[in-house]
Design a protein around this ligand. Structure first.
Ligand SMILES: *Cc1c(COP(=O)(O)O)cnc(C)c1O
Length: 402
């Protein structure tokens, strides 16, 4: 049996993970794996990473007791791990800086990635700028039109945004396009994946770079409360912010863990949710074996969430394993639950959260009243919501004051 914390030597977590690649991508990914295996043992690499997290990202991020939110529900204390306060406003910068440092160490000139809503692209373009690397981001033409502010951000940061018009001009086509460039140009290029997904070593590597979140939270809660929390709650798209928080507590059986995925508009209709853990089955996607939402041919189905960062038909293989062995419970929050949680956090705590993170808030406020007032819940507030306010204003039918 593999451990809860680590993949086996072939990159498998239980039956999930591994490396499922076309032959021409095997050598480039093996090169990344070898370089990371070496870098993670090198104290100077880890020190450089830690220094960037402290001085550039602004870590440690606070662990904040949400007193007014807690009071609304009269149960366990709700603490928020404030990843929204990081430079660029979310947890993604943690692993983008790690990947960019590794690329530099490997002598690569350029970072390459696809992005859907643009959040990964912006974080990666930021990491490329601070480390003096080139950055090329592939984005479906439909997303380029929808996510104009993020396209501008990436360009301001010096990245080249490639608008992909092939196929449906969406994320899947952007992935294919970026992988095409990578295969042709890997001597110079590092492919930077945006979550704990993809072929080994990415699920382990991205988790390691995100583990700072859980390591800090563990120390912070012990200082504030003198003990470990009763429960952790995090939203799950690919699963990087959740793995980052969970990784420090996997071997503490007293700590319950909840991953929250989007039930969107409806769990009953294909394409109206992204509840991979709840409704998915085993398949192969983006170079890994994992749980995924798929049709009869094994093609990923359409997905939906009010939060574009959770709009993914697969999930990181370690999560699939943690579900199988029962260590983490995976639950859902709907678009409506999420919108209510968004408004609640704005008004009770003066924090405008990312819609992704609101899935975790929605579950935390369901859980809190089931625990005693001595209970402790830590929620990963994975990002800030500035990016979402135009959508929210529209959705809530808000108008300018008369
Ligand atoms: C991208 C994103 C997520 C989802 O990604 P994970 O890899 O599942 O963490 C969650 N929250 C925010 C704010 C994001 O930008």
């Amino acid at each position: 049996m593999t451990s809860l914390s680590h993949a086996d030597t072939d990159g498998f977590f239980g039956e999930y993970g591994g490396r499922f690649l076309p032959p021409h991508l095997e050598a480039p990914i093996a090169e990344v794996a070898a370089a990371y295996a070496e870098a993670r043992q090198d104290p100077s690499f880890m020190e450089e990473y830690a220094a960037l997290l402290a001085d550039y990202v602004g870590r440690p991020s606070p662990l904040f007791l949400a007193r007014r939110l807690t009071a609304e529900f009269g149960g366990a204390k709700i603490y928020l791990k404030r990843e929204d306060l990081n430079h660029t406003g979310a947890h993604k910068i943690n692993h983008c800086l790690g990947e960019a440092l590794l690329a530099k160490r490997m002598g690569k000139r350029k970072l390459l990635a696809e992005t859907g809503a643009g959040q990964h692209g912006v974080a990666l373009a930021t990491a490329a700028a601070i480390l003096g690397l080139e950055c090329e981001i592939h984005m479906g033409a439909i997303d380029v039109a929808k996510q104009h502010p993020n396209v501008v951000r990436m360009q301001l940061l010096g990245a080249t945004v490639v608008s992909v018009t092939d196929g449906g001009a969406c994320l899947k086509d952007a992935v294919d396009s970026a992988f095409g460039v990578f295969a042709a140009d890997y001597a110079d290029t590092f492919f930077a994946i945006g979550s704990v997904v993809g072929p080994d070593p990415y699920p382990s590597m991205v988790r390691d770079f995100q583990s700072i979140v859980g390591n800090e939270a563990r120390e912070q809660i012990q200082l504030k409360e003198g003990r470990l929390p009763d429960a952790l709650v995090a939203c799950v798209g690919g699963g990087s912010n959740a793995m980052g928080l969970f990784s420090a507590f996997l071997n503490d059986p007293s700590v319950a863990m909840y991953g929250v995925e989007p039930s969107g508009k409806s769990l009953d209709v294909v394409g109206e949710h992204a509840a991979t853990m709840t409704l998915g089955s085993t398949g192969t996607l983006h170079g890994m074996k994992t749980l995924m939402l798929q049709d009869h041919e094994g093609e990923p189905t359409a997905v939906h969430s009010i939060a574009s960062g959770l709009d993914y038909p697969g999930v990181g293989p370690q999560h699939a394993h943690l579900k199988d062995v029962g260590r983490v419970q995976y639950v859902t929050a709907s678009d409506a639950d999420t919108l209510a949680a968004f408004q609640l956090l704005c008004r009770t705590e003066g924090i405008i959260p990312a819609l992704e993170s609101c899935h975790a808030i929605a579950h935390a406020v369901r859980l809190a009243p089931t625990l005693s007032t001595d209970g402790i819940i830590v929620v990963n507030l994975s990002g800030r919501g500035d990016k979402d306010i135009d959508y929210i204003a529209d959705r809530l039918g808000m108008s300018a004051p008369a």
